[in-house]
Design a protein around this ligand. Sequence first.
Ligand code: FAD
Length: 317
Amino acid sequence: MFLEHHGDELLKSSLGVLSKAASLGDADLAGVVTGSNVRMLADEAGKFGAAKVYVADDEQLAAPLPQPRVDVLARLVREQEIDTVLFANSVLAADVAAGLSARLDAGLNWDLVDVVRENGKLVGKRPALQDSVYVDVGWTSEPRIALFRSGSFDPNATGGSAEIEDVEISLEDFSSSARMVDQAHEESEGPSIEDAEVIVAGGRGLGGPENFTLVEELAKALGGAVGATRAVVDAGWYPYSTQVGQTGKTVSPKLYIACGISGAIQHKVGMQSSGVIVAINKDPNAPIFEFSDLGVVGDVHQIVPRLTELVRERKSS
Ligand SMILES: Cc1cc2nc3c(=O)[nH]c(=O)nc-3n(C[C@H](O)[C@H](O)[C@H](O)COP(=O)(O)OP(=O)(O)OC[C@H]3O[C@@H](n4cnc5c(N)ncnc54)[C@H](O)[C@@H]3O)c2cc1C
């Protein structure tokens, strides 16, 4: 299992896939942490079910570039005869998984949302036909590589501890020819959209970019993150990084509040696994009401500020 981290934290999506793998009952489940000064992350992985964690801790792995990681993983797979490598999708993980697949001539199943063991074989579940059906996918040879949609599984800390093994680094010449020149972080307050337990998402029904303050205020009051539809990010109302849906992010918060969102299939597939879905829309026939747990027919400009007020009152009392 490739364990990705940002700073000194393992990503929730990686820990989710690790927990899922642990639930399949493989006693040899191992994680791989790559980077510089990352040894302390190995203990964390043990709590989520890894029996062993390989640590590739080296200055040459400091930048989040894929090829050096492909070198580390390819060598481990060959030397340790690893039969399956799992990834939680991200820009980096997708690059590493693709590179590893090419390097090892291994089959890669991507965009999986689940994996099960059937008659001793691993079977992946992959949404198809615009996410309207799930298909079973498998591998015809080893090693198998699987890339899961971000947010497919919740991390489950079982409290174990992992054996830690340092990995020797030996990079191919071509792997060090790319250099990271700059890295920028988008400044944002509160939890990221992938990690948030509450998401308040805005759509075209907000009427304009200036009205995104309505969803921002509600998200802040609830301690959540702001999401958006493709229609509004395409219109330049809100950043692309907040887009939820087929061509955006897949999220599964405990609570998803959709404000002025019609509920197109491409949006639905990115948020349908949320715990509770609340929709506010002035059109009683909007498709979003078909898959909401709670629907409010009304104008977002009246309902959202009132809701924010109520949440604040409740919190302060
Ligand atoms: C290949 C492809 C990929 C796509 N990927 C994505 C994706 O990843 N994510 C995504 O979101 N979309 C995606 N789309 C676009 C998707 O089809 C929809 O166009 C988009 O989701 C609609 O966004 P919306 O709900 O904000 O806008 P609209 O569909 O215009 O809906 C606005 C809603 O707001 C309501 N409304 C209007 N005024 C008010 C008000 N004052 N108060 C309350 N409600 C109000 C309306 O009744 C309406 O239901 C994709 C499309 C394609 C073809």
